[in-house]
Design a protein around this ligand. Structure first.
Ligand code: AMP
Length: 215
């Protein structure tokens, strides 16, 4: 069982690589961003509370996201967990360490996906996903099929853009990343967990680099 964190700014490709690991290794993707978007769509009280914060590109409280992860960890999984978009603060990193200890789990690697800001802006403002299976498309490099049929799930789908995938929100999300999340690079380096891949490489090559790290 392998448990990993995918660390990197918005648009680094964490979600894309996490989906591959789910398919190829039977791992379980725990994306706090997806969980929060689900809470919004289903109209829960918590979903309503976080909506404006998310749209502004700010972080929701540690308490909320730690609670979401805690619920999911209760069902341990043999394939291992991929933490995608969590932890994003030092407090979340400490809480995750304590939660894993409590469940007798260990963190095998923290994979930092390195990218530069110019690439992030163009990736994010061109991004959309299949409303059915979550496959990620890009207006420039992987356009939505003209017949509206997703190349991954084969279904006729609605292709969605995220409310926070606009330049203004992205600027705020990047600032939050550099201020609050990037200190985790030093934190996990000191713990001996940090590994780095070039997130600007082709999707296939990034996947190979990650597979190589995981052995
Ligand atoms: P993501 O899909 O990971 O880009 O997350 C989308 C938004 O959800 C972020 O901009 C935050 O507002 C919120 N969010 C997701 N994960 C976290 C987290 N671990 N801590 C705080 N806020 C989060």
């Amino acid at each position: 069982m392998t448990n990993i964190i995918l660390l990197g700014p918005p648009g680094a490709g964490k979600g894309t690589q996490a989906r591959r690991l789910v398919e190829e290794r039977g791992m379980v993707q725990l994306s706090t961003g997806d969980m929060l978007r689900e809470a919004r769509t289903s109209g829960t009280e918590m979903g309503r509370r976080v909506a404006a914060v998310m749209d502004r590109g700010e972080l929701v409280t540690d308490e909320i996201v730690i609670g979401l992860i805690e619920e999911k960890l209760n069902g341990a999984h043999a394939g291992g967990f991929i933490f995608d978009g969590f932890p994003r603060t030092l407090a979340q990193a400490d809480a995750l360490g304590a939660l894993l200890d409590r469940h007798g789990l260990k963190l095998d690697a923290v994979i930092e996906m390195q990218v530069d800001d110019a690439a992030l802006v163009s990736r994010i403002t061109a991004r959309s996903t299949c409303g059915n299976c979550g496959e990620v498309y890009n207006d420039l490099t992987k356009p939505i099929p003209s017949d509206g049929v997703c190349t991954s799930c084969g279904e006729k789908a609605e292709f969605k853009r995220r409310a926070d995938d606009n330049e203004e929100s992205l600027r705020q999300r990047l600032m939050e990343y550099y201020k609050k999340t990037s200190p985790l690079i030093g934190y996990y380096y000191a713990k001996g967990n940090l590994r780095t891949v070039d997130g600007l490489a082709e999707i296939e090559d990034v996947a190979k680099d990650i597979a190589h790290l995981l052995g």
